[in-house]
Design a protein around this ligand. Structure first.
Ligand SMILES: C[S@@+](CC[C@H](N)C(=O)[O-])C[C@H]1O[C@@H](n2cnc3c(N)ncnc32)[C@H](O)[C@@H]1O
Length: 361
């Protein structure tokens, strides 16, 4: 597929608006300058024009932001680095626009040295802060099941959610605070929290855990870790530190997901319910990447397993997924026997904040 300069400029501007809304003025500023530079005949565009997939589906802007961030992380002495919190810089609201533009253009003039090799990879992320939604949801399940369960995660990327109980959590509202997990850990999650706090005394114990991804990221590999770091937005230092902490924990544990599509993996892992233990199937921000066939097949498989449950071997389906790509992710929980589904919360797309209703009484 080949894109024109003006199509690329539009995609960059669209992502700039998205970054602004999601708290990354730095990337909004970067993409706006790049959109101005996306003119017919510009040499740096050659590398972008033939990226696989549509402009948004191929995530051109995410690739470019990642490439620039990696360059800054590798060369923190360059002028653009002065704007990146990830290397000690700052992007102030009253920044000098002309100087900022100059620092972007100067890096763009070296594009051949870093852009092509970074952007040929499709972007892939693993957001550690989504583990807070996972834990809040699992605490509801623990309260309802009252016994240990197996945890099956699909679309787990680098498997960082698999180490959820190695992290510490603080769920705090103006009137209440509750903590859970490993409060000495280097990874502490304290997302913005509205609504009820989870019942942290519930017996959350996982008897067995497993995960799959169609393209698992092996975080034991340094090149993989460097790419994951680069996709973090450069003005979001806490997010970068969380990722680094979680990768450090994960690389010493066996969190590498099985390499398999979700449908085939679940077909093997969701056992006949007569021999089953209590079980939770979980996924976050992966549903939209599957074909409609796979989505229907997975829903059918889980529902069929659910219908065969009895009180001794309940099943839960916990998911953090947006109802459409432009809406906020919902946290939904469905429980069998019975198959009742409830909306238990809403999540920020990166898991940075939650509005929590919980399952209720
Ligand atoms: C946006 S990432 C989210 C990763 C992780 N769940 C998180 O919340 O950080 C989406 C993941 O879904 C995986 N994926 C896409 N299609 C899949 C499929 N059919 N089966 C399994 N994994 C899939 C991708 O490889 C990618 O790792």
């Amino acid at each position: 597929m080949s894109f024109s300069a003006s199509e690329i400029a539009d995609a960059l501007r669209q992502q700039a608006a998205y970054c602004k809304g999601l708290g990354s003025p730095l990337n909004a500023g970067l993409l706006e300058v790049l959109a101005e530079e996306a003119v017919p005949g510009a040499e740096w565009l050659h590398d972008l024009e033939t990226i696989e997939g549509g402009l948004m589906e191929g995530a051109i802007s995410i690739r470019v932001m990642g490439a620039f961030h990696r360059r800054v992380l590798d060369f923190p002495e360059i002028p653009l680095a002065g704007y990146y919190a990830s290397v000690g810089g700052r992007f102030e609201s009253d920044y000098d626009a002309a100087r900022f533009e100059e620092s972007v253009r100067s890096l763009l003039s070296e594009h051949a040295a870093f852009l092509p090799q970074f952007i040929r990879h499709p972007p892939q992320t693993n957001e550690v802060a989504r583990a807070a939604g996972l834990v809040a949801g699992l605490l509801e399940v623990a309260r309802l099941f009252g016994r240990p369960f197996r945890l099956l995660e699909i679309g787990a990327s680098g498997g960082l959610n698999q180490a959820f109980d190695q992290y510490g959590y603080r769920f705090e509202t103006p009137s209440r605070a509750a903590t859970w997990g490993s409060l000495e850990s280097s990874v502490q999650l304290a997302p913005g929290w509205q609504g009820g706090t989870p019942v942290v005394s519930a017996p959350l114990e996982v008897s067995e855990r497993g995960a799959c991804d169609i393209a698992p990221l092996d975080i034991r590999d340094e090149a993989v870790r460097r790419r994951l770091e680069a996709y973090i937005w450069g003005d979001q230092l806490e997010r970068l530190n969380r990722l680094r902490g979680a990768m450090e924990i994960g690389r010493h544990l066996d969190v590498l997901p099985d390499s398999a599509g979700a449908a085939e993996w679940l077909a093997e892992k969701l056992p006949a319910r007569s021999e089953a233990e209590p079980c939770v199937v979980f996924h976050s921000i992966m549903w939209q990447y599957m074909s409609a066939n796979d989505q229907a097949e997975i829903a059918r498989m889980i529902e069929s397993a659910g219908r065969k449950t009895q009180t001794g071997n309940p099943l839960a389906w916990l998911r953090i997924e947006p109802p459409s790509p432009v809406e906020l992710p919902e946290v939904r929980l469905r429980i069998w026997p019975g198959g009742e589904e409830r909306l238990v919360g809403h999540a920020h797309p990166h898991g940075l904040s939650y509005r929590w209703q919980g399952w209720g009484g």
